[in-house]
Design a binder for this molecule. Structure first.
Ligand SMILES: Cc1cc2nc3c(=O)[nH]c(=O)nc-3n(C[C@H](O)[C@H](O)[C@H](O)COP(=O)(O)OP(=O)(O)OC[C@H]3O[C@@H](n4cnc5c(N)ncnc54)[C@H](O)[C@@H]3O)c2cc1C
Length: 128
């Protein structure tokens, strides 16, 4: 198992060996019924920053390794509405768009502006 906390360390981890890779967030939606025959890559990309503020909205960038509920609490502490219905959902921010988390009539897609991705297969990013 290898942890990564930025794109460079993810790229290094991907080149570590030729084994199959599993990206792990918080592990709350994964049950291992046997040993994983490959390398588990644990996402620890952190950070919360404001990208843009307008009269009616704030665009916030959050690292995929941040705990989702902690992010919700942070937004609430800043008086930013939108994510509060999604509080207490276990897992990481990076996993949230993978299944489009939802609760109490709100889905992540309703408030998600964009996702920065890096393909472990093509080795290309949509951010470059
Ligand atoms: C008690 C409980 C209550 C829950 N309640 C809700 C709910 O109300 N609403 C709801 O929508 N969900 C709910 N869930 C589901 C769960 O919270 C989500 O599946 C969560 O988003 C998983 O996050 P994780 O970081 O633990 O992902 P993991 O379990 O680590 O991974 C889940 C999947 O996403 C992939 N993945 C993870 N991170 C990334 C990444 N950065 N990039 C690419 N792929 C990635 C993994 O490879 C894996 O396939 C609940 C789960 C539990 C256990």
């Amino acid at each position: 198992m290898i942890t990564f906390d930025d794109l460079q360390s993810l790229k290094a981890a991907l080149g570590y060996d030729a084994n199959p890779k599993l990206i792990l967030g918080g592990g709350s939606n994964i049950l291992f019924t046997k040993d994983f025959e490959g390398t588990v890559l644990k996402n620890e990309i952190k950070g919360i920053s404001i990208v843009e503020t307008t009269e009616n909205q704030v665009i916030v960038e959050v690292g995929a390794g941040e705990i989702w509920h902690s992010f919700v609490q942070y937004c609430i502490s800043q008086n930013w509405g939108g994510v509060e219905n999604l509080s207490l959902i276990p897992g990481t921010c990076g996993a949230a768009p993978i299944q489009n988390i939802g609760a109490y009539g709100v889905e992540l897609k309703d408030i998600l502006a964009s996702v920065t991705c890096y393909s472990t297969e093509t080795k290309e990013s949509n951010d470059s």
